[in-house]
Ligand binder design. Structure first.
Ligand code: ZN
Length: 414
């Protein structure tokens, strides 16, 4: 085996800390909502760091950033890595950033080692992995993979009613969004480094989690319309109570998830709004929003179908009007067996502990899986905490993650 690439963890940590200061909130809080002033500044900083590493930087029409280290074989598809730098309000400094700045450091480490890639290596910074602005996550990677129809993209609005074109102009981005889509085979593979955002690796004292499957979220919105009335005068047999129908539906969600046959099915009725919301008034309307996730498309679809059938039946029984909307149903992704195997081997060769695992949060890799083979590398984060200012990954943990990424990229690009 060739000598392992050497990671400059001091420099990388400094870059992570400096990027965290580019925020809409005072430190240690990181907030970078898509195309806000802070997001644009952070994007400019990352592009600078890429240029300093002599990478060729380009941006597509939705602002996905590509930084390319050209290979000697121009005809070979590139190998890609990367993640995101946008951050939800009140977030920390590692989510996404470890995969972006760590990806750049992996490239620099290979450059310092004198490596010359045969395949190009591309770092991708995806636009809006977080759903904060438009209520839809992975905007950039969905468009790259062609899974977001143009009419759905055009209908996106933020809380102030501004659309994506308004924000693209703010960011100085032109061109047709149709041009963002990449063909299958555009990349030979995509490997995303990310903090785990869960407790498993820390608990088991393991350096690297190699993701085999990514669970996908589906969300449903149900609007229930019953008949309101005075809580004293409308007698029980006469009632068409929207809340009671909603309560039965919430229980049906639990039942569908528990009985799906897959241990990875989870169902949550996280939103339950009731109108008019007075103690002495029979609830006339209710809105439920339901999140269902799974790693297996068959059990996911069966659970969704079961919930929808139960909702229809409950509403019919109770004389409640039902409007059901599937907000999004994304397919779970399987990681590529060969990339997973390669990551396992790299960890073993480097003497870094690893285990295979499932990603229960979704990432840009979920959508990249539609156009190329993917895998993900997780590193532990303290307490499994993420999306909070106290999110933390230690230097040794980051160093190991970037080392494994660098060595994997080397083997894939040589
Ligand atoms: Zn992330």
């Amino acid at each position: 085996m060739k000598p392992a690439p050497e990671i400059d963890i001091g420099r990388l940590q400094k870059e992570i800390a400096e990027l965290a200061l580019i925020s809409e909130s005072p430190p240690p809080v990181v907030t970078r909502v898509l195309f806000s002033e802070a997001d644009l500044k952070a994007r400019a900083r990352v592009k600078d760091i890429c240029r300093q590493a002599r990478l060729a930087v380009r941006e597509d029409a939705v602002g996905n950033i590509f930084a390319r280290w050209e290979g000697t074989d121009k005809a070979a598809a590139a190998i890609a890595t990367g993640s995101h730098i946008d951050a939800i309000p009140n977030a920390g400094q590692y989510d996404g950033v470890v995969g972006v700045l760590g990806g750049i450091e992996a490239v620099r480490a290979l450059q310092r080692a004198g490596f010359q890639p045969r395949r190009a290596i591309e770092l991708i910074v995806f636009t809006a992995e977080e759903p904060t602005r438009f209520g839809l996550g992975c905007l950039g990677s969905r468009l790259l993979a062609g899974t977001l129809p143009p009419e759905k993209t055009a209908a996106l609005r933020d809380a102030e009613g501004r659309d994506l074109d308004f924000w693209r102009r703010q960011a100085g981005l032109g061109g047709s969004l149709d041009s963002v889509r990449l063909n299958a085979g555009a990349y030979a593979g995509f490997l995303e480094l990310h903090i785990e955002q869960g407790p498993v690796l820390e608990r088991e004292n393991i350096a690297i989690g190699i993701v085999e499957k990514i669970a996908a979220p589906s969300s449903l919105r149900l609007r229930l319309t019953g008949v309101g009335g005075h809580a004293g005068t409308v007698l029980m047999p006469e009632r068409r109570d929207a809340l009671l129908a909603g309560a039965e539906i919430a229980l049906a969600v639990e039942k569908a998830a528990v009985s799906s046959g897959s241990p990875d099915t989870v169902g949550t009725a996280g939103v339950f709004r009731v109108e008019p919301g007075a103690v002495n008034s029979v609830p006339s309307r209710a809105v439920l929003e339901i999140d269902v996730r799974d790693t297996n498309p068959a059990t996911l679809n069966a659970a969704l179908a079961q919930i929808e059938a139960a909702a229809a039946q409950i509403c019919q029984k109770r004389g409640i009007g039902l409007e059901l909307e599937r907000i999004n149903v994304d397919a779970p992704a399987m990681c590529d067996a060969r990339l997973v195997e390669l990551a396992v081997r790299v960890c073993a060769d480097l003497g870094v502990s690893s285990r295979n695992m499932i990603s229960r949060a979704y990432h840009d890799a979920l959508f990249m899986a539609r156009i190329c083979p993917i895998a993900m590398l997780f590193i532990p984060c303290r307490g499994g905490v993420s999306h909070r200012p106290d999110e933390y990954a230690g230097p040794e943990q980051i160093q190991k993650g970037v080392l494994v990424l660098a060595e994997a990229l080397r083997r894939l690009a040589e």
